[in-house]
Design a protein around this ligand. Structure first.
Ligand SMILES: [Cu+2]
Length: 180
């Protein structure tokens, strides 16, 4: 996964930085955003979710307050829906804080745009950062998921068509599970 902004607070007071993708998103209307999110997660998850959009300055703001604990957004061309624990995990990752020791779950049923599999903070492909692109998948995140990851490939260059561990050996390693 690659989220090109930082989520600094949970709840509805989202503040974001690192607006790398802000230019391309500044003009996205709420309708365009909802169209992009449409297939990113099951309809019932999306229906009750908090929806975040990226403003012109790269700040995330809620256009809809949710009721089911899920948060959906399009942080850089790869829409996601994350549960509360996964949002905490993402905050910790972006802020380089310890992971929160909960089990979190993320839908990325439209796949991602490519990510370094070895550098959680890389924003683009380089000759040595093991860039990897994964199609439709779900992610199980946080330290509590570590026992689940045993037995799955932890190499720098795994086959993304099968389950694998992304960012192995970092505090933010997580299980990537292709679904199509
Ligand atoms: Cu992902």
């Amino acid at each position: 996964m690659k989220w090109t902004f930082a989520i600094l607070a949970a709840g509805l007071s989202f503040v974001a930085a690192i607006p790398i993708a802000a230019a391309q998103h500044a003009t996205m209307t709420d309708q365009e955003l909802m169209a992009k999110l449409k297939d990113a997660a099951p309809a019932a998850v999306l229906k009750g979710a908090t929806i975040l959009t990226m403003g012109p300055g790269g700040q995330m703001k809620a256009i809809k307050a949710g009721t089911n604990g899920w948060t959906c957004m399009d942080p850089g061309g790869a829409p996601i829906c994350a549960d509360e624990a996964a949002m905490e995990w993402a905050n910790a990752w972006k802020a380089k804080r310890p992971a929160p020791q909960k089990l979190g779950f993320i839908y990325m049923l439209n796949g991602d745009n490519g990510t370094s599999n070895t550098d959680p903070y890389a924003t683009e492909e380089t000759s040595d950062n093991n860039w990897i692109k994964t199609g439709s998948h779900v992610m199980i995140v946080d330290a509590e998921a570590k026992s689940m990851m045993q037995g799955y490939p932890r190499s720098a260059k795994p086959d993304p068509a099968k389950p694998y561990v992304m960012w192995p050996g970092t505090p933010y390693e997580h299980l990537m599970l292709p679904v199509k």
